[in-house]
Design a protein around this ligand. Structure first.
Ligand SMILES: [Zn+2]
Length: 161
């Protein structure tokens, strides 16, 4: 869930600056892109979405979690591949861009965690790391604060408790 929120925060900022139009399809694609890198984890949410994705998950997970799908190369491939698939649905560059945005936001978010991300794997195994522990209270805090930020940027009033 944190990944979707981080992706949507980036998206909402770009909408504010007029780079992306505000549309539900784009929101969905940012969310999908934000979940996609974890396809290398068979227990991930994305791997459970369809049989096809589960099969791909088995293949990619052989390289280990946060392996090849968590690299700059995979994110660069994400755009043309998304474009190829989205063409079948009559969608184009902006939609593929939204998927790409979600994908990259995932890698940035994972880079803030203790396990980190090896962006240039397998050429450079150095991992960019942060101090957030996945599933920790700190992650929840980041999640809540980011959610509030998203709502603020989108101009949606916070629910009153
Ligand atoms: Zn990840």
């Amino acid at each position: 869930m944190t990944h979707i929120v981080v992706g949507l925060l980036l998206y909402s900022v770009l909408v504010k600056f007029g780079i992306f139009p505000n549309s539900q399809i784009l929101i969905g694609l940012v969310a999908l892109g934000a979940l996609f890198p974890d396809i290398d984890h068979p227990k991930s949410y994305i791997a459970h979405l369809s049989i096809w994705l589960r099969a791909s998950s088995r293949v990619v997970s052989l390289g280990g979690h946060r392996g090849i799908t968590h690299t700059i190369w995979a994110s660069l491939l994400a755009f043309p591949l998304a474009l190829l698939v989205l063409r079948f649905f009559g969608l184009g560059f902006i939609e593929a861009g939204a998927f790409f945005l979600g994908y990259v936001s995932h890698l940035f978010a994972d880079s803030l965690t203790v396990s980190g991300v090896a962006w240039f794997y397998p050429f450079d195994k150095h991992r960019v790391r942060g101090m957030i522990r996945t599933g920790s209270l700190f992650e929840v805090l980041v999640f809540v604060l980011t959610s509030i930020l998203v709502l603020q940027v989108l101009g949606i009033p916070l629910p009153r408790i």
